[in-house]
Design a binder for this molecule. Sequence first.
Ligand code: CP
Length: 325
Amino acid sequence: MQTHLRGRDLITLQEWTKDEIDTLLDVAFMLKRERALGRAHPILRDKVLAMLFFFASTRTRASFEAGMAQLGGHAQFIESRTTQISHGDTATEIGEIMGRYNDGIAIRQVDWGVGNGYIRDVAAASRVPVLNMQCDIYHPHQALADLMTIIERFGDPRGKSATVSWAYAASYQKPMSVPQSLALLLPRFGMNVRLVHPPEFRLMPEILEQAEDNAKRGHGSFEIMDDFEAGVTDTDVFYAKSWGAMLTTTDEGEGAAIIDKYPDWIADERRMGMAHEDAIYMHPLPADRGVEVADAVIDGPHSVVFDQAENRLHGQKAVMALTMN
Ligand code: CP
């Protein structure tokens, strides 16, 4: 267990050791138990988290805000659109100023080619920890909640297979931060990860290299497939969600046309039936119901989407309690 995490940024779990992530999991499960028992845990009394959003959110905003309140502190909601950020406040100014008002700064900035750099620029200027609430490359708090959920369902994740698959969704070109974060994290915990997608939806090459290296070190495996049904056959975790073809084209129209080539990539009951009998279906939400996933799957007996959403709260409380105390 690592006990010296005070002041650390969490921009990607790839920058945290396995031992440090084990500490996060340990504290997250402890805080979940404490909440179930109705025991208060004001570890961050009088502390304040700035939550800066450049993009919409339901779960991330609500869980960070509830988490800070449950830890005895406060979270302030700041939107780029309704502040002077939209008129020119720079990342450095935000890091300097928000770091002087607050005990932590959490940011969601998912613009392709912009988000991660922005968060790192704020972190470089900030005297307090910076937490990534999702960027164009990573969604670390989602991946942490997902790993918690897998451990709750299966116990030791070593040797379990996880299919992280692209799925069709016409609503908008979603960031690739969730599949990238899962591809990096799950093999570190000994899981056998199959990344499945049509060719145009490849992930960043450096992430794929790191995922392969993580698999070697974690005694898991990592393979890339382009056959949806082969990918889901006999899997333990069926994690199917959409992301954009940003590495093929940055043109919105072309991207939408590429997505429209694959409307059959839906997580439906037939495909869920190809997975192991006790397999779980996962999605970070929001999902495009009826196109990305069938109602019968997301509302069915294999679905753990509400546990995933709940674990956002407990995982993030662990991160905040350990870094902002
Ligand atoms: N999963 C997730 O990040 O949800 P929100 O976009 O609603 O925050």
